[in-house]
Design a protein around this ligand. Structure first.
Ligand code: HEM
Length: 375
């Protein structure tokens, strides 16, 4: 069975159909078994494409996250605060201001590239604001984060890994310097809060900063750009949203489900566990394909239809269980503010090309560029 599927599986270097639409392949994998053992996406392990199975694994503590945050630590509590409604809402004025500043720059242009001219500056300014990174340093920051994403993807090569090591060293040096500055002159940001806790070792603070950059930056850029891309590719849904702006909340959930920015997360079994009749042995790796779980027909009717009114929509785009995303409320708010503002101020927005490829990453659904016509 494994050999059969492996041969039918994507050739990662050359299979452009897979990169355009990995969901057909995920369906095929799920139809063999929602918990499938093989080396289908380069690495040996269990590939989980079923929704119920994915949720069960994410919620089962015996499956360990390879990059855990210590749950009892002060910094974890600080991070959890991000999810409190009051805290999230406090970002609203900042997000609105940045969105409108960016739109001021786009309004009179004929064409634009929405990753670099809209989604990236928005997401990076917000995360910079939250962490306390000076705005003028954000472009360098973006380059570093883009490099890091490639190193954590399953498609990584040795060359990419080596470059990633370099980037981590640069980011670490950068944050070290910032922590020192905030120790001397504290402000309201997260780095000042972390730096002020004497019981937190410097390397813990550094690791948390880097985790936040990886976890929260690129993913938010991808939610914004995938969302715009989807709406422009589905004109009926786009007009429905324009006619009824109250649909924005369910529209953002559907974008998260349909093109989930984080497509894959990994776990290692700390003991033998049974999931849907399969025994996953201690030490084995498990690849949870969130993008596949979010298209499972057992849970989502017509899963390959993009429907901004879909309800309920219990997608797993932010994970589940103990490691569920700590930035989900913030990311949702950014998209709920940015997308309607953009559609209102740029009513003629349309794609500049019919062939806009996704980056060749397994773990992330990410457009390298989103060229659009504005006027
Ligand atoms: C659309 C945007 C985002 C998506 C799709 C996303 C997705 C995810 C997913 C799937 C996980 C779980 C990973 C796992 O279980 O292995 C996660 C964890 C996490 N996310 Fe997000 N995320 C987004 C935005 C953010 C933002 C803006 C922040 C920070 C401000 C953030 C911070 C975190 C942190 C700290 C964790 C680790 C939680 C833990 O291990 O306990 N994320 N995210």
């Amino acid at each position: 069975m494994t050999t059969e599927l492996h041969e039918a599986g994507p050739r990662l270097k050359s299979d452009s159909d897979f990169w355009r639409d990995p969901y057909l392949f995920y369906d095929k994998l799920r139809s063999i078994h929602p918990v499938y053992k093989g080396t289908v996406l380069k690495h040996p392990g269990w590939y989980v494409t079923g929704y119920e199975e994915a949720a069960a694994i994410l919620k089962e503590p015996a499956f360990i996250n390879r990059v855990p945050l210590p749950e009892a630590s002060t910094k974890y509590e600080q991070l959890q605060r991000l999810q409190r409604p009051q805290k999230t809402a406090s970002f609203r004025p900042v997000i609105e201001e940045i969105v409108h500043e960016l739109l001021d720059q786009l309004e009179n242009k004929k064409m634009a590239e929405m990753v670099s001219e809209f989604a990236f500056p928005l997401a990076s300014l917000i995360i910079a604001d939250m962490l306390g990174v000076p705005a003028e340093e954000r472009y360098q920051f973006r380059q570093w984060t883009a490099d890091l994403i490639q190193t954590i993807d399953l498609t990584r090569t040795r060359k990419v890994l080596a470059k990633g090591g370099d980037t981590v060293a640069k980011l670490t040096a950068y944050f070290k310097d910032l922590i020192e500055k905030r120790k001397a002159h504290p402000s309201q940001d997260l780095i000042s809060t972390f730096a002020g806790h004497e019981q937190l070792a410097e390397d813990e603070v550094l690791a948390t900063c880097i985790l936040l950059v990886i976890a929260g930056h690129e993913t938010t850029v991808n939610l914004l750009t995938n969302g715009l891309f989807l709406l422009m590719n589905h004109p009926g849904q786009l007009s429905a949203l324009k006619e009824n702006p109250l649909l924005i909340e369910s529209a953002v959930e559907e974008c998260l489900r349909y093109e989930s920015p984080t497509q894959l997360t990994a776990r290692t079994a700390s003991e033998d566990c049974e999931i849907n009749g399969k025994i996953i042995k201690k030490g084995e790796h498990v690849y949870i394909l969130l993008g596949a779980a979010n298209r499972d027909p057992k849970i989502f009717q017509n899963p390959h239809v993009f429907d901004i009114t879909r309800k309920p929509n219990p997608h797993l785009a932010f994970g589940a269980g103990a490691h569920v995303c700590l930035g989900s409320a913030l990311a949702r708010l950014e998209a709920q503010i940015a997308i309607p503002a953009l559609l209102e101020r740029l009513p003629k927005l349309k794609l500049a090309s019919t062939d806009i490829p996704f980056r060749r990453l397994i773990g992330f659904r990410s457009l390298a560029e989103l060229p659009v016509i504005l006027n």
